[in-house]
Write a protein that binds this ligand. Sequence first.
Ligand SMILES: Cc1ncc(COP(=O)(O)O)c(C=O)c1O
Length: 310
Amino acid sequence: MAPYAFFHKQFVPLSEAKIGVLTHALHYGTACFEGIRGNWDSRQKRFCLFRLQDHYERMIGGCRILKIDLPYSVDKLCHLTGQLVEKSGYEEDVYIRPLAYKSSEALGVRLHNLEDDFFIIVTTLPPYLDADNGVRCCISSWRRVDDTMIPPRGKICGSYVNSALAKTEALDNGFDEAILLTQDGHVSEGSGENIFLVLEGKLITPPGSDNILVGVTRDTVMKLAKNELELDTIERQVDRSELYVADECFFTGTAANVTPILEIDHRPIGTGKIGKVTAKLQKLFAEVMVGRNPKYPEWYHLVSPRVTRT
Ligand SMILES: Cc1ncc(COP(=O)(O)O)c(C=O)c1O
């Protein structure tokens, strides 16, 4: 059973969803996307598409920034995504990638006088970072792209060159992930994750104005910390050296879930092992992402696959 794509306003086998070499977005990065988890619950035989609506609301913001006309409501986008997952027949965790783009086959750098299009694909989800055992990071020599350059609060394709430069440099130098600073030297985020630290009993994370993608997982963790652990999160500028002296650090993201950071720039964070707050948040997050905590029904879009694979 081959997976499907929603492409040119219809469901087609993924192998038939192709774009031309002159497509504007391919040349200039004029597109925005989302990454959404479809978590497979083998007990209930269903997917939990986690915070689907929130992902599409963020994507609509990205489309506004790029002047992309997305002719669907959030409800319709959620419905189409559910249908796609159902049709594709997977019975394992999936990653859903909607992408809105400047689709004209035309050269010339601009946002105006171009057609727009939209597709959704669904694929499997191999582990991205070692969330179980934690990761070793470096501060990147690259700086985070600024809101005055390519707004990071929209998940804009072109700006991911910034993340790719940082990620590959980190891996080339023997680390698992990069942490990027802003132009003025404050902590921004990982190449594809938001960052939190626990310092003097407080949970701290950089604010939206420090060029982060304002993550859905970040928001989930802030709400879980408050509701379940009675721990407020302080959103404030963070110095690089605060990471070195923190008791705990972790990443959050759709691909990364809650990933402990054990070491930064060859300095162990806290004890160098997974911290207590991080471990509690990992456990709470693992429950909600499959739709098992009944306190958060608005976060779950449940889908049962129509086709059972043999
Ligand atoms: C640059 C960047 N920051 C943060 C995140 C985490 O955001 P979310 O939790 O919405 O996946 C992502 C992943 O989408 C990302 O690409």
